[in-house]
Design a protein around this ligand. Structure first.
Ligand code: SAH
Length: 234
């Protein structure tokens, strides 16, 4: 009986799981169209959507979730963490206004998906992850997918990556209670930082922080969001 069930489950998975890269490409294109449609007036720049049309999100989620990889929803990646919803990845990438020659810092590597999207546009991406197994998995995944312009470091992202600073853009993908001063210091004049602010289980807001050419800093609320908290010993 158990064997029959297992065989049945196997057949079911064979039938419903896309088996060829073209099928995933079709699903990915549908995801891109869905994100554009759902973005309304804050439609992301074409280069952002082109990047998301390239990155194989199904390779960044646990194998038992590949079927859901191209839905516009966050998914668990283990260790209580999640890969962000595609529309949020698009929004955050768009807000950063990433250019071809840019050097970008990401805090919270997670699966490595957001880093890969950034790496499709920027020259180099530095990403910090505090959960060791996630950081190691993401490093290996990004390497095997050929993202040579992404460097992953294990540690508390609150302190940034001083050796690689300054950065044209900084993206924090976990919710903090305040803008970490070391990150602000590592942002170039004229640079942008996107960061969710607020406690977990409370309303968090995605903030756009801009450091002007004269070094002055402005920030504005973009929209309410839900992120896992920025942890670490800071
Ligand atoms: N950008 C990721 C998803 C982020 S989920 C992706 O594309 O998949 C938030 C991530 O931030 C988690 O992996 C979590 O472990 C990590 N994180 C939380 N606090 C951190 C800290 N202080 N420093 C670095 N990473 C942190």
């Amino acid at each position: 009986m158990k064997r029959h069930l297992a065989f049945g489950a196997f057949l079911f998975l064979c039938c419903v799981l896309p088996s060829h890269s073209e099928e995933y490409a079709t699903l990915r294109q549908k995801m891109v169209e869905e994100v554009i449609a759902a973005s309304g007036s804050s439609r992301p720049a074409p280069k952002v959507m082109a990047a998301m049309g390239k990155v194989e999100r199904h390779r960044f989620v646990p194998s038992w979730l590949t079927l859901f990889a191209y839905r516009n929803q966050p998914l668990p990646i283990g260790y209580g963490q999640t890969i962000s919803q595609p529309i949020i990845v698009a929004l955050m990438t768009d807000l950063l206004q990433v250019k071809e020659g840019d050097s970008i810092l990401e805090i919270g590597t997670g699966s490595g998906y957001q880093a890969a999207v950034l790496a499709e546009i920027a020259k180099s991406v530095y990403s910090i992850e505090v959960v060791e197994p996630l950081g190691k998995q993401a490093t290996e995944r990004l390497r095997s997918l050929g993202y040579d312009n992404v460097k992953v470091k294990l540690g508390d992202g609150y302190y940034g990556w001083p050796e690689a600073a300054p950065f044209d853009g900084i993206m924090v993908t976990a919710a903090a209670s305040h803008v970490p001063p070391p990150l602000l210091k590592q942002l170039k004049p004229g640079g942008r930082m996107v960061i969710p602010l607020g406690a977990s289980f409370m309303t968090q807001y995605l903030m756009l922080v801009e450091k002007k050419a004269d070094g002055s800093v402005t920030s504005r609320q973009i929209e309410p969001v839900r992120f896992v908290p920025l942890t670490g010993g800071h």
